[in-house]
Design a protein around this ligand. Sequence first.
Ligand code: PHE
Length: 355
Amino acid sequence: MSNLKKIKDEFLLKLEKKLSLSEINEIKSNLFGKNGLISSEFKKIGSIVENERKKFASDLNLIKDELQNLINFKIDEIQTEEINKKLEKEKVDITLPERTFIRGKIHPVSQTIDEISSIFSEIGFSVEEGPDVENEYNNFTALNTPDNHPARDMHDTFYLDEKKEKLLRTHTSPVQIRTMLKDKPPFKIIAPGRTYRSDSDQTHSPMFHQVEGLHIDKDINMGHLKGCLNYFIKEFFEVKKIRMRFRPSHFPFTEPSAEVDIGYEIKDGKIVIGEGDKWLEILGCGMVHPNVLKNVKVDPAKFQGYAFGIGIDRLAMLKYGINDLRAFFDCDYRWLNHYGFDPLDVPTNYRGLSR
Ligand code: PHE
């Protein structure tokens, strides 16, 4: 019996059995793979004596086609069987009513964070993040606020363990430490995020948002700080002029320190920013204390700069005329629907959008 016939008979026999997909694929590669039996026969064609060559090639092609067709047929069969099994199991109930489409809204705080990030990124700040659960070193000690420092009490800290080693960060300033520890100066970053203090009334919530700013380089001074904040406030409130005042203050991690108020007035029951004789405190800032720089291995003789911490919720309230801070975090959909922002500019004739 010729070799070709042997291969054919052997494999026809094999393919008669009930086979799994992987078994069939194995047969396929035994025959038609790079060194498969059929592939090897094809390689022999050139060395066959001329008067037998034609017949050999035509026999080989016939066998190849026969086996290949059978294999393809078997694969098809298995796949159809699998689909049928699936269809049996997964019935689609086309009588079910359609699901209603609810369009979400962007929360004013998220919108405000986006706006703040884009304004600062235009003037060269990049965005950093840090965790809500901090260690006391990053939140206090590294920021020149040692144990027993009165500022620790002022913060009404939520501690997470009895040893007071883990806490919910009371401000975004620990991101200053994290950033400076992982890189080398210069630094020019902002860090928006959640912060926590045990405090609650119309203008305070136990969870609130801040954005930290840090700019450290050779020759950065308080003038840069004032210029940067002035630019930011005007861009944020979209006004040409803003009344701003720097009040001397104290933070352990800055020297000198200041708090910044912006002028506003109430006109026809609405807050107007930048005019009037009322002042609203919106941020704390100052020149980064040399001790803080030393703690993160930055040489204060070579590098210095400013830091600030802005209350994001306050800014959002002022810009969008929202007068109770607590509503921000009540998760009331009616409120969010009113004060939230459209994620997309979807055409108004789009079906099923409104609630
Ligand atoms: N971390 C301060 C606060 O929460 C704000 C601040 C940040 C002040 C950076 C100075 C520099 O009140």
